[in-house]
Design a protein around this ligand. Structure first.
Ligand code: AHG
Ligand code: MN
Ligand code: MN
Ligand code: MN
Length: 335
């Protein structure tokens, strides 16, 4: 039972029985994420005051300039998750390869792997726009007590046991699912406690916002171009409003509350789009479906894609159920 305004700590304890496996451990894992989120929140909040804005001077495996806060958030999540005897491996947008965690217990009974986008929308830090963190949790598939392997990370999204995001926005929220609906917790910064503010979040079936980087229009596939025309047509509840922040977490969060669709399609210059299947699309797709929304690559369900690479990219259509269905219809017709 969830009660509005109960603390995240209380919520985790009271809902432990919903976890499919070894409930205590998954609860500890969510607790570790809660702690790391508070540390990163503290850093993000003072970003304009201390010297943590700007690039770190390195390029990550994605070919992007790493921001100082990308590095800091990455370290914070990895350190916090590694110190507890729960996680056997971590893969991150900011790390070329996965990290294997050696348990103090030599039999390594840690069951979970975590995949993270430590800081999402990092190009927005310098201009004080909301950024986020995205996480995804799987139970390892290789036997306990053996070294973790790439296969443990390359599981289809439907195998996720938990996923969530933190949005460092006008207020900081942690939103997550363990496969039993989606709940949102808001941080009271004065006392450092998350409270249940958005119980059982639901994507409106229809919406009036579309979020896409329209600057790339010329490179979009035909189906996306026709769907955009449809969004802008005067008919029924259209034209829809365009809203694009450039932080997936923020665009997704708005669309889940107000109703809308987010699209990052493939293009003539980026054949698989930009977003990463394992760190961004799978966790967001799991949350979307748990809230009654829909997520696909324009044709197929995101959660059924069999990953082949850690940093694999995929086109992403995600949001209100009927809007994503409409967009998929335009994609199919343009084939
Ligand atoms: P990240 O900051 O983790 O690299 O992710 C950036 C992603 C996503 O948050 C956002 O929706 C998208 O990139 C924006 O890309 P464009 O600038 O190409 O629109
Ligand atoms: Mn990045
Ligand atoms: Mn991202
Ligand atoms: Mn990132």
């Amino acid at each position: 039972m969830s009660r509005k305004n109960q603390t995240l700590g209380e919520f985790i304890i009271e809902n432990q029985s919903e976890f499919k496996y070894s409930s205590g451990e998954l609860s500890k894992l969510i607790n570790a994420i809660r702690l790391a989120a508070k540390v990163v929140n503290h850093e993000v909040n003072k970003a304009g005051l201390v010297d943590i804005i700007g690039t770190a001077g390195d390029t990550n495996v994605q070919g992007e300039d790493q921001q100082k806060l990308d590095v800091l958030a990455n370290q914070t999540f990895i350190q916090t998750l590694s110190k507890r005897e729960i996680v056997c491996g971590i893969a991150s947008e900011e790390e070329e390869d996965f990290i294997s965690i050696n348990s103090l217990d030599e039999n390594n009974q840690n069951k979970y792997v975590v995949l993270i986008d430590p800081l999402d929308g990092s190009s927005n830090i310098d201009v004080n726009v909301s950024v986020g963190t995205i996480f995804s949790v799987y139970r390892r598939i290789t036997p306990l007590g053996t070294p973790v392997t790439k296969e443990d990370f390359l599981q289809p999204g439907r195998n996720q046991v938990a996923a969530g995001y933190i949005i460092y926005g006008t207020s900081t929220m942690l939103v997550y699912t363990t496969g039993h609906g989606v709940n949102g917790f808001t941080l009271n910064p004065a006392i450092g406690t998350f409270y249940l503010s958005h119980p059982n979040m639901q994507y409106p079936k229809d919406g009036k916002y579309y979020s896409i980087n329209e600057g790339n229009y010329i490179h979009f596939p035909k189906g996306v171009k026709s769907y955009l025309k449809y969004c802008q047509m005067e008919e029924g509840d259209r034209p829809y409003s365009s809203r694009y922040i450039g932080s997936l977490v923020s665009d997704f969060h708005r669309n889940m509350i107000k109703g809308g669709i987010y699209i990052y399609p493939k293009s003539s210059v980026a054949q698989a789009g930009k977003l990463r299947l394992l760190y961004e699309c799978n966790p967001m797709a799991f949350i979307a479906e748990q809230a009654g929304g829909r997520a696909s690559d324009g044709f197929n369900r995101i959660l059924d894609i069999e990953p082949s690479e850690l940093h694999q990219r995929v086109p992403f259509f995600c949001g209100s159920y009927n809007m994503v269905k409409d967009a998929e219809r335009f994609m199919a017709e343009a084939q």
